[in-house]
Design a protein around this ligand. Structure first.
Ligand SMILES: [Zn+2]
Length: 129
């Protein structure tokens, strides 16, 4: 198997892409040569690879455990600041977008809480704490 990745990317997208491709290698190898596509036919395979990569990089169970420890209890609602702090403390390479998506899927946050968020600014502020 050969995996081609774009060169010069930061660690975060490189690690995610490698995990994504690992799913293709382990599960989708019967499909033969596979190019990551976004068309309707490939959607199911690609979503599976995204979920696999997110789970490999930062398992959902660890995310919930770390989040509850950070908040010290059951969160009422998780916002961008909390996720920025979580990312900074755990040093996970899972992206902010993936962390936010997971919080929404687990019904710990509403999707609108993450619209137009400037994650880099939040990260800078979180790092200064
Ligand atoms: Zn793919």
């Amino acid at each position: 198997m050969t995996v081609l990745l774009a060169g010069g990317l930061p660690d975060e997208p490189t690690i995610f892409t490698m995990a994504h491709e690992l799913k293709h290698h382990l599960v989708d190898f019967k499909a033969g040569t596979l190019l990551c596509r976004t068309d309707e036919q490939a959607k199911r395979i690609e979503i599976g690879a995204e979920v696999f990569a997110a789970e490999l990089i930062y398992p959902e169970r660890d995310f919930v455990y770390d989040l509850f420890r950070l908040i010290r209890g059951m969160p009422q609602s998780v916002g961008p600041e909390t996720l920025a702090e979580l990312k900074q403390k755990t040093e996970t390479t899972l992206s902010y977008a993936a962390l936010a998506k997971r919080a929404v899927l687990l019904r710990l946050a509403e999707e609108k809480a993450f619209k137009e968020i400037r994650w880099q600014d939040l990260q800078r502020r979180s790092n200064q704490k």
